[in-house]
Design a protein around this ligand. Structure first.
Ligand code: COA
Length: 385
């Protein structure tokens, strides 16, 4: 056997979890961990929450500038006209097992959308823009339809005259939402729309960089968002509030988690070490939705858990912590929380897909080989059991 030598170690370039590695350039959002700030196209997130709408933020991320009134009206109308699902997909949702996790259903439905789109594989900016608008428009219809199917209630078809947030809540609950609920969801969608090279956006960029197609890239991204350490943390945070049940039980619960070296869901962040700028915004919205209602108890439980965590370690709550209470107060079932995250983040995924394709290069990092060397090939008949 010829000596193939010892592999050259690449360990000096290895960064577990790619921490600190710059793997893309983006002109979309700036996540400033040092200053705890977030900007879309240079505009502070706080300005967008106060003055913008989700439709306007979609325009901003897709066209990289704010629209004029006329452009926004026509863009919003176009999005509203793309909300209808093909009948085949409605039938698929009606037949889907009710026990399926809503994120698994959403991932499969988005992948299946490609089968009914003759332009699925076209990768020009124009073709991808059309598909991206459709994905943004149609994901709420998929999510609400699956919710209705699961409740064995009639699917409610989209209404073109309503805003993105209003129409979704109407399709979900079967009644027109209050302006406060619609605006709270709108603000949620604005705040989750993009966030640098987060794991699901990275997955979307890796997939499109092979010159695959936008449906495949968004399907990869949904699958990536579905993990507890990323998007599913909002569901897990709410489940934790429910498990803890009352503020008095928070300290013992948190102590036990730390003793077992388990993660507290909705805390910590790879980039923001001091504060996630979206967390206080969501705390404010949660307070305004819950104060004086039966949901106020979740605020109290969450505040007691936060106090107990801070006493153990200086890790701040992230975007998923207080936003989970907002979603709960909007009547969204807990296992649907991450689909609402996806409904917003599809905007960022699509915008990053456009950006990747404009200056594309295959994304293909290396691995440091740590396995055995110089192993003989033993014929199967001679292997010991
Ligand atoms: C977001 C997250 C995955 C970032 O992970 P990361 O950058 O790889 O950070 P690490 O997991 O290496 O954590 C660094 C340190 O902080 C601690 N830490 C981070 N998040 C924590 C959490 N939620 N609960 C308890 N400890 C936590 C780790 O135990 C580790 O401590 P150590 O250095 O003493 O071992 C991580 O904070 C986490 O798992 N959070 C919970 C899930 C969540 O809310 N995800 C949504 C993110 S927006």
């Amino acid at each position: 056997m010829s000596d193939i030598g010892t592999p050259i170690s690449k360990a000096q370039n290895f960064s577990k979890g790619l921490e600190g590695i710059v793997a893309a350039q983006t002109g979309l959002s700036l996540v400033d961990g040092e200053r705890s700030e977030l900007y879309y196209l240079g505009i502070p997130i706080q300005e967008l929450i106060a003055h913008s709408t989700f439709e306007e933020v979609v325009y901003l991320l897709f066209f990289r500038r704010l629209p004029t009134r006329r452009e926004l009206d026509s863009f919003s109308k176009e999005l509203a006209s793309l909300r209808t699902l093909p009948n085949e997909l409605l039938n698929f949702l009606a037949e889907s097992p009710r026990s399926a996790h809503p994120m698994a259903t959403l991932r499969t439905a988005v992948s299946a959308l490609a089968l009914f789109d003759p332009q699925a594989d076209a990768n020009s900016r124009e073709a991808n823009l059309q598909k991206a608008k459709r994905l943004v428009a149609v994901m709420p219809t998929i999510i609400a339809a699956f919710h209705r199917v699961r409740l064995q209630q009639k699917i409610i078809h989209p209404k073109k005259v309503l805003s993105h947030a209003e129409n979704f809540l109407l399709m979900l609950h079967g009644k027109q939402p209050s302006p406060k609920h619609a605006r709270s969801l709108d603000q949620y969608l604005i705040m989750l729309a993009d966030h640098g090279l987060n794991a699901s956006t990275f997955a979307a960029r890796v997939t499109i960089a092979t010159q695959s197609d936008i449906y495949s890239a968004v399907t990869s991204a949904i699958g990536t968002l579905k993990g507890d350490l990323h998007g599913l943390a909002n569901q897990r945070a709410m489940e934790m509030f429910m498990q803890v049940g009352s503020p008095e039980k928070a300290a013992d619960y948190v102590k036990e988690l730390f003793r077992e070296k388990k993660k507290v869901m909705g805390f910590g962040h790879r980039i923001y070490k001091k504060e996630d700028p979206r967390a206080p915004q969501f705390r404010e919205i949660a307070e305004s939705l819950c104060k004086g209602t039966e949901n106020e108890k979740w605020l109290k439980v969450s505040q007691a858990i936060e106090k107990a965590v801070r006493a153990e370690k200086p890790i701040p709550p992230n975007v998923d912590y207080y936003s989970s209470i907002v979603l709960y107060a909007l009547g969204i079932p807990v296992d649907f929380f991450t689909t609402i995250f996806a409904m917003s983040r599809v905007t960022g995924w699509a915008a990053h897909i456009f950006e990747q394709l404009e200056d594309n290069r295959l994304i293909r990092p290396e691995a440091d080989y740590t396995g055995p060397m110089h192993q003989p090939y033993i014929p199967i008949s001679q292997r010991k059991s």
